[in-house]
Ligand binder design. Sequence first.
Ligand SMILES: [Zn+2]
Ligand SMILES: [Zn+2]
Length: 332
Amino acid sequence: MARLGSWIEPFPEGIYVRPADAWIDPSQPKAKALVTHGHADHARGGHSEVWATAETLAIMATRYGDQNGNPVAYGETFRLGEVDVSFVPAGHVLGSAQIVLEHAGERIVVSGDYKRREDPTCAPFEPVPCDIFITEATFGLPVFRHPDTGSEIDRLLHRLHSDPSRCLLVGAYALGKAQRVITELRRRGHEQPIYYHGAVERLCRLYEELGVPLGEMRHAAGVKKEEMAGHIVIAPPSALNDRWSRRLPDPVTAMASGWMRIRQRARQSNIELPLIISDHADWDELTCTIRELAPREVWITHGREEALKHWCMIHQIKARELNLVGYEDEDE
Ligand SMILES: [Zn+2]
Ligand SMILES: [Zn+2]
């Protein structure tokens, strides 16, 4: 009998699905690419043909121009070569999907990046029992346990209201995190305009076009300093300590990221208010998901593989590291 999952092969540049002659999230241009979500380390330009959700294709189009794309709806099954393929929500960012592959009586689920907690900007993760679960492990260490998102947003609002002469500058990755922070603020009753850095503008617009309302947003460029006092300004992490931020009224610098769990990382980037808000599964989400899906094998794509592999072994689940290259953790 063939080894479980012998029909898919991990290469450093992505996962190759042989009987479909297609690649998942390849980091190099390929003839056929199945793309889990729009973050740049998973969705690259230059493929001849792409299968992804309509949202992911729209995100790729804003970055790379129009794709030769086949939009795939969640839950729809299509056949590629000798493989039945479907996309189900991963709960990571708008349009993010896990890719379910069925062939030779085996079901393999490629999670892409995912999380289990609620996110008002995207469909929730859908568990699909499988023979092999191919998972990320960005926060695959027991030290990573993300707090409740609402309480982090409350800390942000509390700080904002405690000194109306200052503004609150929040660093958030431009795709996904920025829109999630804005939507969570709206949910907690924050109705004032939110100012943004030009680098997050296109994706905020796109989210709105795709049905995620963000409330009143204003471009920070050309606005008088005094006008932004007492307000929230959203910017990509790279803008927090650069010249751009000098136009702001005495900003309190915050950053929304799972990495803010590491105090040293916050200090190094001069973050006054670290907010632990993550779009990736934390340790409990990773291990609970594996328990729930009860796969025969777990393959780990990227992140802190060792501890998760060890946890699988203790729980009698065969696990291996795939050592894919090119996935970064900076989308977090
Ligand atoms: Zn991602
Ligand atoms: Zn990623």
